[in-house]
Design a protein around this ligand. Structure first.
Ligand code: ADP
Ligand code: ADP
Length: 225
């Protein structure tokens, strides 16, 4: 049955009465442990799809089910990484990971796990540093550690590497695949970069220009690192 079932999803924005159909009649299934990329031109509705799965947006029609339950609000089990990190600037990297993406400091993560996660993203030396002391790539690595600290069922990633230079991006892609494999995670990763979509995924879902619909699906055979 799979972890995520998006059925007949339509999302219409209504700014000042001007209806914008961002996603139309979209179906998408994501299985456990799958790495799915969603590829399409800018403005085709990728973020809208992701935000419906995350629970930030309410579908106009259709349904989004994750792990057997209708999605109605954001939940740490569906962790999101955006292009811009959402680290708390007044907390150290270690504290950001320990407390996860919540302002309420009530969901503390085990110190061993914090260290393990910083190790996996190569930030073991930076536990006491503040986000603004880190490069853009390192900040995204910290964001990745923080996301994993919540033990998410699915990692929802919205062009997380598109602000990075080419070499950093490649390193980040390889790191993400290692983590995905090592931790048995499920990932939906949005990008408009064809190479990135094919390099990362088991399955590439290609979207049409707005209104976003599934144009086709590419099954990728590849050797994992
Ligand atoms: P993508 O992630 O593929 O770039 P988006 O999901 O961000 O696409 O946007 C899809 C379409 O919906 C675009 O035409 C965008 O301008 C429009 N859109 C997105 N958010 C809003 C909003 N809050 N209000 C009105 N239109 C929106
Ligand atoms: P992305 O980089 O994922 O394509 P955008 O830069 O298009 O995202 O949009 C950033 C934010 O602005 C999103 O939250 C989106 O919903 C919102 N947005 C995008 N287009 C519009 C629009 N035409 N009107 C209002 N909000 C929009």
């Amino acid at each position: 049955e799979g972890l995520v079932q998006v059925e007949n999803l339509t999302k219409v924005y209504d700014p000042d009465g001007a209806n914008v159909t961002a996603v139309q009649d979209m179906d998408l299934h994501i299985g456990d442990n799958e790495f799915v990329t969603v590829l399409g031109p800018s403005g085709c509705g990728k973020s809208t799809l992701l935000e419906c799965i995350a629970g930030y947006l309410e579908p106009t029609s259709g349904s989004v089910v994750v792990d057997g339950a209708d999605v109605s609000e954001p939940d740490p089990s569906r962790g999101v990484v955006f292009q811009e990190n959402r680290l708390f600037p007044w907390k150290t990297i270690g504290e950001n990971v320990r407390f996860g993406p919540t302002v309420r400091d009530d969901s503390e993560v085990d110190q061993d796990r914090v260290e393990e996660l910083l190790d996996k993203t190569g930030l073991e030396q930076f536990e006491d540093a503040y986000p603004n002391e880190l490069s853009g790539g390192m900040q995204q690595r910290a964001e990745l550690s923080r996301l994993l600290a919540n033990d998410p069922e699915i990692m929802l990633m919205d062009e997380p590497f598109s602000g990075l230079d080419a070499m950093t991006k490649e390193l980040m892609q390889e790191m993400l695949l290692e983590i995905w494999d090592d931790e048995n995670r499920t990932v939906m990763f949005i990008t408009h970069d064809v190479e990135e979509a094919i390099f990362l995924a088991d399955r590439v879902v290609v979207m049409t220009a707005r209104p976003g619909q599934v144009k086709g699906v590419i099954d990728v055979e590849l050797d994992r690192p």
